[in-house]
Design a protein around this ligand. Structure first.
Ligand code: FRU
Length: 508
């Protein structure tokens, strides 16, 4: 009895200390945004080898630039919720373009507005005067979106601003005379992508203006002059034009052509968002093309608003690209919780002259080799893989009709099939899809006579990226299986089937 009452007193004392202790703790409600307190995490969909923010909402990649051994990735970021909101530029750096280190937010919204998409350049000659020639400034060029303006019913609420960093992107100072381009009275006026046009010693900005791209030039990144315009009568116009990028590429015969990427939402080949491209010429003022057909950089549903890195060293010379691995149709509803969205794997864009004209190929960057475990050659058409995430490589395909099923123990299955001149990706029964009506669907990709000899499929926890014939066609799709796809079955003939397991490299 005595010992029991002692135990009881001890328990009371223990509970009291807990209570007092709790009281001293900072109130979590003021610390954490409420969406992070929910018990649903969706962490099972945290990718093993794709960039995601630790928490919060992410959309477009922004300001991708290489400087002093680091790739910089900025991105559209709302830290306080898992849906789109007041836009910041989040920031991460990588030494190998694969493994990313999270850095503090680079740009916060201010009295001129939210910080929308844009680009960053190294101002080597210090044309802006923000740094010195020895310590060249990194300059970010972005769109200000004034929410007050939009709410007040005006149409001139998007303007262009700049900011600079003289400490390798770690801290940023906004230019005091922002905006550097005011709005001419057009509602959609955004996403500046800037490059140095050495031939005429000037900066060129491509800007998405509703249904076309406007080109501006500048000597100092501060004062801009409208040069030319392109596109009102070209390409797809089933949605608004966004996130342009203009750059030269050299084909296999040494011929230089200019490529213009233009994202469009909605109106993509699978509905919703997608990126089209044009191949033509740039004369320092405007872009022109004689192409008639519409070309998509990626035929999947989930690669949007991608742009390329600036200032890749000449001795490297690659044109490196990353896109947002989602689609505005359902990006806000996908079943992850503490964060939303990932970036695609980085890709190298190359130019190829084919019998049917020029195309831009997307090739997984060679740095990805470093995350692949030793390849396992599969002799059977049906087999199990041990790893949850992997690269499936099917080479020397000899049959015209071909199909690949990726399945799990719950009988969820993602089907890829090639029938006649089309490739189909069926994610109807591939996992969770009920969060949005359009998500579970069969996506059809035209092959336009391409004879498939190689298929690579990068399988991560919540996405697949299919590369056909070293990037002649790319299909990027989100999938939310309740368990990893570990059962693979292939129908069709191929000489070499290899699985490369991929371990987690995520910092999150
Ligand atoms: C593209 C986009 C851009 C805009 C940004 C806003 O996804 O709509 O045009 O700058 O997202 O977050």
């Amino acid at each position: 009895m005595k010992t029991n009452s002692f135990k009881f007193l001890f328990l009371i004392a223990f509970l009291m200390t807990l209570l007092v202790g709790c009281d001293k703790k900072p109130k979590t409600a003021t610390e954490k945004p409420s969406f992070l307190k929910d018990s649903i995490t969706g962490e099972q969909y945290r990718p093993n080898f794709h960039f995601t923010p630790k928490t919060g909402w992410m959309n477009d990649p922004n300001g991708m630039v290489f400087y002093e051994g680091e790739y910089h990735l900025f991105y559209q970021f709302y830290p306080d919720d898992n849906v789109w909101g007041p836009m910041h530029w989040g920031h991460a750096v990588s030494k190998d373009i694969i493994r990313w280190e999270h850095l503090p937010i680079a740009l916060y919204p201010d009295e001129l507005g939210y910080i929308f998409s844009g680009s960053a350049v190294i101002d080597w000659e210090n044309t802006s005067g923000f740094g010195t020639k020895k310590n060249s400034p990194m300059v970010a060029i972005f769109t200000y979106h004034s929410m007050e303006g939009e709410k007040a019913g005006t149409i001139d609420f998007q303007t262009q601003g700049i900011a600079y960093s003289i400490d390798k992107g770690r801290t940023w100072i906004k230019y005091q005379n922002n905006p550097v381009i005011t709005n001419p009275g057009i509602k959609d006026f955004r996403d500046p992508k800037v490059f140095w046009y050495a031939k005429e010693n000037k900066w060129i900005m491509s800007l998405a203006v509703k249904n076309h791209i406007a080109f501006y030039s500048s000597k100092d990144l501060k004062s801009w002059k409208l040069e030319g315009q392109f596109g009102a009568d070209n390409g797809s116009h089933d949605g608004v034009w966004e996130c342009p990028d203009l750059f030269p590429l050299i084909d296999q015969n040494g011929v230089e052509k200019w490529v213009l990427l233009v994202s469009i939402n909605p109106g993509g080949p699978q509905g919703g968002s997608a990126t089209q491209y044009f191949i033509g010429d740039f004369d320092g003022n405007t872009f022109t093309t004689s192409e008639k057909e519409i070309k998509w950089l990626d035929y999947g549903a989930d690669n949007y608003a991608g742009i390329t890195f600036s200032d890749i060293p000449e001795n490297d010379g690659r044109r490196l690209f990353m896109g947002w691995l989602s689609n505005w149709q359902y990006a806000r509803e996908v079943p992850t919780y503490s964060w939303r969205s990932a970036m695609t794997i980085p890709r190298e864009l190359t130019l190829q002259e084919t019998e049917n004209g020029y195309i831009v190929n997307s090739i997984p960057v060679e740095e990805l080799q470093s995350i692949l475990s030793k390849g396992i050659i599969e002799k059977n058409n049906e087999f199990e893989v041990l790893a949850a995430t992997y690269l499936l490589e099917i080479d020397k395909i000899t049959s015209e009709a071909f199909s690949i099923n990726l399945a799990n123990r719950l009988n969820e299955v993602l089907k890829i099939s090639v029938i006649e001149d089309k490739l189909f990706v069926d994610r109807k029964l591939a996992g969770i899809g009920s969060f949005n009506d359009v998500f579970p669907a069969i996506h059809e990709v035209p092959l336009n006579g391409i004879r498939i000899h190689k298929i690579e499929v990068f399988v991560d926890k919540a996405s697949i990226e299919i590369f056909i014939n070293n990037g002649e066609r790319v299909i990027t799709e989100l999938v939310f299986p309740n368990e990893p796809y570990k059962s693979i079955s292939i129908s069709g003939d191929a000489e070499l089937v290899t699985i490369y397991p991929i371990d987690s490299i995520s910092e999150n």
